[in-house]
Ligand binder design. Structure first.
Ligand SMILES: [Zn+2]
Length: 177
């Protein structure tokens, strides 16, 4: 995992809070496909997406978008993939935020693989959307005994993988590396 610096983390955290508020998203998210529909997009299962790419996103009309996901991934991973693509949507495609940028999008597709800054930013957005900071702290405290944090329980609560829950705690500075 490479770095999203403090400023960028703060910016993405704030943006995620705005998105959650604007679309009345209830966290923890139990049905991310419904969230996508609420935001104005659709989901397509794409069997051609294999081991190397979990998902992609494209503008599908002037005011809509389509996220393609591999049907082969477990729910926790699918949740993260879709949230990651939503990160591209708001951060890099300008949807509902930057009309000029949105108007420049045609059939460009963002794939989840790769190491560019955009990938890290989209991952940060996904983590913040699925595991909002305040709620994370609260749930973590519920599942802490002495020095021992039960990341498995945190993961279960937020419908993410243990790995994703653990990374979120580390980036927030709550868990040690
Ligand atoms: Zn991506």
């Amino acid at each position: 995992m490479a770095m999203v610096d403090y400023e960028m983390r703060k910016l993405i955290g704030d943006l995620t809070k705005d998105v959650i508020k604007a679309y009345n998203i209830v966290t923890p998210i139990t049905d991310i496909e419904r969230v996508v529909r609420t935001i104005g997009g659709g989901i397509r299962l794409d069997w051609s997406l294999g081991a190397y790419s979990d998902g992609s996103i494209r503008k599908s009309s002037d005011n809509s978008f389509e996220i393609a996901v591999s049907p082969l991934q477990p729910t926790t991973r699918k949740n993260f993939t879709i949230a990651h693509e939503l990160g591209h949507l708001f951060l890099h495609m300008g949807y509902q935020i930057d009309d000029e940028l949105w108007n420049q999008q045609d059939e460009r597709v963002y794939f989840r693989e790769g190491n560019s800054n955009m990938e890290y930013e989209a991952n940060e957005f996904a983590a913040a959307l699925l595991m909002p900071e305040d709620e994370y702290r609260k749930i973590m405290d519920l599942h802490t005994e002495g020095d021992l944090v039960d990341t498995g329980e945190i993961a279960k609560y937020f419908h993410v993988s243990v790995n994703a829950a653990s990374n979120r705690g580390k980036w927030l500075g709550y868990l040690s590396w």
